[in-house]
Design a protein. Sequence first.
Length: 317
Amino acid sequence: MFNFNQSFDFYDRTNLKSYNLDEKMRYQLKCLDSLDVFTRKHCENVANLVCRICEYLHCQKSFTEYCTICAYMHDIGKIAIPSSILQKPGKLTDEEYEIMKTHTTIGYNMCMKDEKLRPYHAGPYYHHEALNGTGYPQGLTKKDIPYEGQIIRVADEYDAITSKRQYKSHIGISDTLQIIIDNTKPMEKISSSAVLTEMAGNVKLGKDNPVIVKALFKVVLDDINYEIYCVQKYIDGLKEELKRFERINKYKEKMDKAKKDKDKEYWLGGIESMLKNGETLENYEQILQDYRNTYENKIKAVDNLFSEIKKIKKLKV
C-alpha cells in the first residue's frame, strides 16, 4: 500500500557523494555531533547547498570541497550559545541577539585552536558579513570578505528561511527567493551620516552577492524539477494501482450479477488474487477513494510546481 503522507526532502539530491569522504572530512563531520539536532541539520543543509552552488559557479573541485567543509563548520560556535537563546521560538531581544552574534567569533576561535579545523575558520568567521558592510562580527565590505564567506552567507540565508517556514514542498519558495533578491539590492535610505561615511564606496551594494544568488536560483530550479520527477513517478505508481482497482470493480460487478454460486466463487477468487495486504472486499472501495484523492492532489501539486518555476523565472536579481 502507498504511503499517502510522503514528504519531499529538499536536500535529497546531494552532490556531496561525488567526493570521497576521506579521513579529513569525516573529522569535520564528527565535530557536528556536539551540536543540537536542528543546528546540525542546518549545517548539513547549508553544506549541501554550498557544494551545488559552487558547481554552478564553476569553482575548481578543490575549492568546492574546501568551501563545503567550511559550510559544515559555519555554525559550530553555536555550541556555546545558551539553548534558551538558540531555540527561542520568538524574536530575540537586543541583548540576546548580541549573544547570538558571538557564535561567529566563538566558532572562529574553536577552529584556530584545532590544527585540523584551522583551514576552515572562514566558515564560522565570515558567513554573516555583508557586502555593504552591515554584517558582523567585523562589518567587513565586499573587498575584504572571502568568496567562501559570500557563498555560505547566501546558502545560510536560504536554508534559514525555508526551515523557519517549514516548507513540505517547493511550492511557495519564490517568496523566499524574493527576500534574498531584496538582500542583493542597495539600502534605499541611510539615516546616519556616520554610517554613510563608514560605508563609503559600498552604498551601491546590497548584502548578498547577486552572482551567487543567481547560482542559488539554478540549484533551486534543479530541485523543483527533481521534485516534479519524484511526484510524477509517484503518480505513475498510483495509476497502476487505480488500474488494479478498476479490474477489481469489474470483477465485483460480475460477481454481483452472477446467478450461480460457482460463478460467484470464481469472480471472488479473482478479486482476492488482486487484493494486497490490508485490503479486503469490505474496505477496498474506501481505499480506492483514498487513492483517487491522492492522485488528484498529486496532479495539482505538479501543476503548482510548474507554476512556481514560472514565478521564479520571472524574478530578476
